[in-house]
Design a protein around this ligand. Structure first.
Ligand code: GDD
Ligand code: MN
Length: 267
């Protein structure tokens, strides 16, 4: 598995990080990890640094300040692309994404269908969320419904943060034009991947709310995602007009745009 890199963004996860790394290596022994720390005041970066000195599987990227999940992952992708990795995994530090479920995601990612993106989906049959308030569940389910309605992707969990990307596919993505700072990053990456005809595969997973530390979710993260989705949806609907296509051209392009066979679900 040394060709797979697990990227773990951290901000104040000093208690969670050793636990998640232990669980990860118990689940997949020879996998590599990159901790991307935004100069956490609680010393997560120093802790990761120390762990990386004792364990060659662990690497650390120190960033100077908290800039959000999106820029942290983009820095991690750039780091992976400069090296020999074939796939990168996105995983939270707080234990919400169970490392024990990673082998199932990797089986899908490395399997014969060779998907560009595997999403660990919570709202598929077989997936679930443990420990979330009704409000947070509604936000996630409602958000995904809104995204499906606005952008027309037949996926169940576009905001999910437990994922596997093929590095060769990331190289084809316009990563320098990804704008989202917060969790909208997951939506933006999925949308831009979808627009580039990515093969996306959802695998049901269980998300368990953290027991240690606090979520970095905020009103501004929700607002950013909501507004961005509306903007992308409007752009998509205006595209035929902006590119000067006639109605006839638009009709002719339709069959190519049928992407229904590009997403598949595993149960
Ligand atoms: N480097 C860095 N910089 N890491 C960050 C930042 C940041 O600005 N903000 C959050 N993180 C890290 C956290 O330390 C954690 O490891 C991970 O990103 C997820 O953050 P949480 O704050 O625990 O997220 P959540 O539980 O509220 O949200 C989860 O669900 C969202 C909605 O489904 C995550 O899985 C999100 O990715 C997902 O979009
Ligand atoms: Mn969390």
């Amino acid at each position: 598995m040394s060709e797979v890199l697990v990227i773990i963004p951290t901000y104040n996860e000093v208690e969670s990080l050793p636990l998640i790394l232990k669980r990860l290596f118990d689940a997949v022994r020879d996998i590599h990890v990159l901790v991307v720390d935004d100069n956490s005041p609680d010393g997560t970066g120093e802790l990761a640094e120390g762990m990386s000195r004792d364990d060659p599987r662990i690497h650390v990227l120190h960033r100077t300040q908290k800039e959000g999940l999106g820029p942290a992952y983009l820095a991690g992708f750039a780091w992976a692309m400069e090296r020999h990795y074939s796939h990168v995994v996105e995983m939270d530090a707080d234990g919400s994404h169970a490392p024990e479920q990673l082998p199932r995601l990797l089986t899908a990612a490395l399997g014969t269908k060779k998907p560009d993106l595997v999403i660990g989906a919570r709202w598929l049959p077989g997936g679930q969320v443990k420990g979330w308030s009704k409000r947070r569940q509604l936000l996630s389910r409602g958000g995904n419904l809104y995204i499906r309605f606005a952008l027309g992707m037949p996926l169940t969990d576009v905001t999910a943060g437990f994922r596997v990307y093929k590095v060769d596919f990331l190289k084809k993505m316009p990563l320098d034009r990804i704008e989202s700072k917060g969790y909208g990053f997951q939506i933006e990456m999925t949308w831009k991947a979808w627009q580039r005809n990515a093969r996306v595969h959802e695998v049901p997973t269980t998300f368990s709310e953290r027991h240690i530390g606090t979520s970095k979710m905020s009103g501004s993260i929700i607002r950013e995602a909501f507004v961005s989705v509306a903007r992308w949806a409007i752009n998509e609907r205006l595209k035929p007009f902006l590119s000067g296509n006639t109605a006839q051209n638009v009709r002719r392009r339709r069959p190519e745009r049928n992407r229904s066979n590009r997403s598949s679900k595993r149960t």
